[in-house]
Design a protein around this ligand. Structure first.
Ligand SMILES: [Zn+2]
Length: 412
């Protein structure tokens, strides 16, 4: 890389391996749910790395770990970088972790060139990005974005009935002070480095993705009602088969999504009732996940798909009920930050491309109160959230060097 900062591959590898010990559930697997002993130990380890690097560390009221590299100008707002270090059950060791380790390594690289920036640089290990414990994703970044409210702390509970508030208290954090975690008016800019979790960079032969927008999901549960009848005694002409109707609807989703640029649609769960080989399904429920980075395109897709489902239901004399349980708008990254990241990649001669993020990230919630950008590095085979998740140390180092350059420029 032609940039002025050089990331140390051995150090990066050592830090990745060290963090992979906490909640280790396989050779390259971790199970590190938020606010568990393993998660707390991983945060303490990250804190130790930050301290060794001379960063001043603190935890906010929600337990987000923040390490500050001092700047030269008193009172200047920091440039922040961060990601999460919790993981799903038997997840991989790169998701999120890379962003935190790269932030710390970027600070080291700056220090090794003797650089002092005007603004402070802050590295954040965000809590609870994964939904596996409390059923809602990005809780730490929702706190940073000022979106999490006091009643959410009581409403959200894990499988054992432990509320988010109790979990925070047990870990020694300050749920009543939640509002103080907001970054409103506190950050000059926020940049998250993350593994792509898709195959676009790999397919295009690129190492860096400058993210333009983060797709927002719309999710609903669909109930289709028909009539359960004997599969042998009921002629095809008089059936009200809920599953055949659902099948038509699901194929409509595929067709409509293919007609809409930059949108994706998935049915990942489907259940037929009563679920017997010799009974025509009398009811079906399935879950739909639609994502897109352009708000109007996504809204259009959602509308046309709902119309298509109604038509299919009418055509087969089926009942239809659609329950929306998530409806989040796509979040654009901030224009000036995207432009700056593009310029930096251009100046460095980096092997990069501009792209949207199909997956959700902490940055989309921080965006509520701060100017944000994201950098992606490749995920081998696009694999994510499994022990096979892998990004080469070369790519991690490459991304870290771009991140270091970005932090240095934005902080000066
Ligand atoms: Zn992640």
């Amino acid at each position: 890389m032609p940039g002025q900062f050089s990331a140390n591959r051995e150090r990066l590898q050592r830090d990745i391996d060290a963090l992979a010990r906490f909640g280790k559930s396989g050779p390259t697997a971790i199970t590190r749910l938020a606010f568990t002993d393993e998660d707390n130990a991983a945060h303490r380890y990250a804190e130790e790395l930050m301290r060794k690097e001379g960063l001043r560390t603190r935890y906010d009221a929600f337990g987000n770990l923040i390490g500050t590299r001092a700047g030269s100008e008193e009172g200047a707002k920091p440039v922040m970088t961060g990601s999460h270090i919790d993981g799903p059950p038997d997840g991989g060791i790169y998701d999120g972790v890379i962003g935190v380790i790269a932030g710390i390594e970027a600070c080291r690289a700056l220090t090794e060139t003797g650089m002092t920036t005007r603004r402070p640089i802050e590295v954040v290990a965000v809590r609870c990005e994964h939904l596996d414990r409390f059923g809602v994703s990005c809780l730490g970044s929702r706190a940073l974005g000022g979106k999490l409210k006091q009643d959410d702390l009581d409403r959200l509970k894990d499988e054992d009935g432990i509320s988010l508030r109790s979990a925070l208290k047990q870990c020694g954090f300050q749920p009543t002070e939640l509002a103080s975690a907001s970054l409103r008016d506190r950050a000059h800019a926020w940049i998250e480095l993350h593994v792509e979790q898709g195959r676009v960079l790999e397919d295009q032969g690129k190492i860096i993705g400058v993210v333009t927008a983060i797709a927002g999901p719309t999710r609903y549960k669909v109930h289709v009602g028909g009539k359960a009848d004997h599969s042998g005694a009921t002629p095809m002409s008089i059936r009200r088969d809920a599953l055949m109707g659902a099948a038509e609807m699901i194929l409509d989703l595929e067709r409509l999504t293919q007609e809409t640029a930059d949108c994706v649609g998935t049915v990942g769960v489907i259940r037929a009732f009563p679920g017997a080989v010799h009974t025509i399904p009398g009811a079906v429920e399935f879950y739909v996940d639609i994502r897109g980075v352009r708000i109007n395109d996504k809204a259009h897709l959602v509308d046309t798909f709902c119309q298509a489902m109604e038509e299919r239901a009418r055509g087969r004399d089926l009942s239809l009920k659609v329950e929306t349980f998530v409806d989040e708008p796509p979040v654009p990254c901030t224009d000036w930050v995207v432009a700056e990241l593009n310029a930096i990649c251009g100046d460095l001669g980096a092997n990069f491309m501009v792209m949207p993020s199909g997956a959700g990230h902490d940055t989309q919630h921080v965006a509520a109160v701060a100017d944000v950008g994201m950098l992606f590095i490749p995920s081998a085979g696009g694999i994510a959230h499994t022990p096979e998740e892998y990004t080469s140390i070369e790519d991690v180092a490459y991304g870290t060097e771009v991140l270091a350059e970005a932090l240095a420029r934005l902080a000066d």
